[in-house]
Design a protein around this ligand. Structure first.
Ligand code: C2E
Ligand code: CA
Ligand code: CA
Length: 406
């Protein structure tokens, strides 16, 4: 096989892609022809068909990152035009949101159909029953996803989306150090929809950009009202969650800086919460963006720390000042006290790197005390307070008694 720019050639008989492999490119056949077949569990092959000039092969893998669903072999010498995953993602990202969503739905249905076709073709024992179910779930999810995506835009305009705020407590003093702003959606028909459900969907279709800007603006206004009504002047922080789509949006830093300064909030009071996943997806872009945010005074917190990425070297690379220990660690510690050593190491790591450490998901006094004794600075969790609307929050702050952890 040789390659010149995006063109690739394959000799007759060469395997172009193999079922089960990770796919990084799709190909348009310029010359020659290929044969597509599916390998069964029992080792035999099922021919799907042949394709000639003008056909596209391997397109599914570059759209949704799933492994190749079939093997493709050159029947004659072939010249193929390569479309890389990167190129495709860039095109998809710039595409109209409806187009993007439609492609995803078609793809899900296509896979669904393939799964069924395969089930009919293959032996009784394979694939196992779960994969049949999965086909259905994916299909239903696709329709549901479209509905959520299209309802969300209206929901933002109609004020069905609100923010709740959860206090973050200083473990040494027991006082409130700040809040995390969390989105809530009260859907007129479906009732409450969890952000864990709708955030990934609006991240996918790009609406998150508008939603995050709205959230930042709301959170800043709330912070000002909290200050004026409770007398905490410029000492509390507000954490706002951002996603990778936000980071790649135009003018991200300028836009958020303007929202903050127009609200008369000190940028130091705003902490951006981002996940490890985001940093790893676009390290260089993220670094530049974060440096600018830090320069403007904002804090940068790594959310769900410990769940996303195995290498820790990135902690030095990015200008991070806070680690939020994921609540799954606290949950594990609750079930298995032996796991507390793990939490202790994570807290120690953050302290060694001179970062603030916030423990998430603290549900009891004992957990709060343990974390404080490990040297963790701050905590957030139902033990201290649940996320709540602004009005309730102001009352809670007025009545706040430093949590006594003993
Ligand atoms: P997250 O950023 O990790 O937020 C913390 C989640 O833990 C919140 O769930 C909060 O209600 C919950 N939580 C707090 N204390 C406790 C506790 O003691 N026990 C338990 N079991 N849970 C606790 P929520 O509000 O459902 O949000 C889920 C996720 O949705 C968030 O996880 C975040 O990833 C995302 N999200 C929420 N609002 C936004 C937003 O405005 N923008 C973005 N990009 N993501 C958001
Ligand atoms: Ca968060
Ligand atoms: Ca978190």
């Amino acid at each position: 096989m040789s390659s010149s720019s995006a063109q690739k050639t394959y000799k007759a008989g060469a395997v172009i892609m193999r079922q089960g492999d990770k796919g990084e490119s799709a190909y348009i056949i310029e010359e020659g022809s290929v044969e597509i077949f599916i390998q069964r569990e029992d080792g035999t092959e099922q021919t799907v068909g042949t394709r000639g000039p003008g056909s596209i092969i391997g397109e599914m893998a570059i759209i949704d990152n799933a492994p190749r669903t079939a093997t493709v072999r050159a029947v004659q010498n072939c010249t193929l035009l390569e479309i890389t995953q990167e190129d495709f993602s860039r095109r998809l990202k710039n595409a109209d949101p409806v187009l993007r969503m439609t492609i995803q739905v078609i793809l899900t249905r296509y896979r669904d159909t393939l799964t069924r076709a395969e089930i009919r073709r293959l032996t009784d024992s394979w694939p196992p029953a779960e994969s049949i179910e999965l086909g259905y779930t994916e299909h239903t999810d696709a329709v549901e996803t479209i509905k959520i995506a299209s309802d969300f835009k209206v929901a933002l305009d109609k004020r069905e989306i609100t923010l709740h705020y959860q206090p973050i407590v200083n473990l040494k003093t027991g006082k409130v150090a700040g809040f995390e702003a969390l989105m809530r959606w009260q859907h007129p028909q479906k009732g409450f929809i969890s952000p864990a459900v709708f955030i990934p969907i609006i991240e996918e279709n790009g609406l998150i950009v508008e939603a995050s800007r709205w959230a930042l603006h709301e959170a800043c206004k709330t912070l000002k009202r909290i200050e004026s009504q409770t007398g905490h002047n410029r000492e509390l922080h507000m954490s706002v969650n951002f996603s990778s789509t936000d980071f790649s949006s135009d003018n991200f830093v300028n836009t958020i800086y303007n929202i903050i300064s127009e609200s008369d909030v000190d940028p130091k009071q705003i902490h951006l919460e981002i996940t490890e996943r985001l940093l790893m997806q676009q390290p260089d872009n993220a670094k530049d963006t974060l440096l600018m945010c830090r320069k403007a005074g904002m804090g940068i917190a790594i959310d769900d720390f410990g769940t996303g990425y195995s290498s820790l070297s990135y902690l030095h690379y990015f200008p991070i000042d806070t680690l939020k220990v994921d609540q799954s660690f606290i949950r594990t510690m609750r079930k298995d006290p032996g796991a507390s050593e793990l939490v202790r190491s994570i807290v120690g790591l953050g302290k060694n790197l001179k970062m603030h450490v916030i423990a998430e998901g603290i549900e009891s006094k004992e957990e709060g005390k343990m974390l404080r004794d490990m040297g963790c600075d701050m905590a957030q969790g139902y033990f201290f307070a649940k996320p709540m609307p602004e009005r309730e929050l102001i009352q809670v702050l007025r009545d706040w008694k430093p949590a006594d952890l003993g």
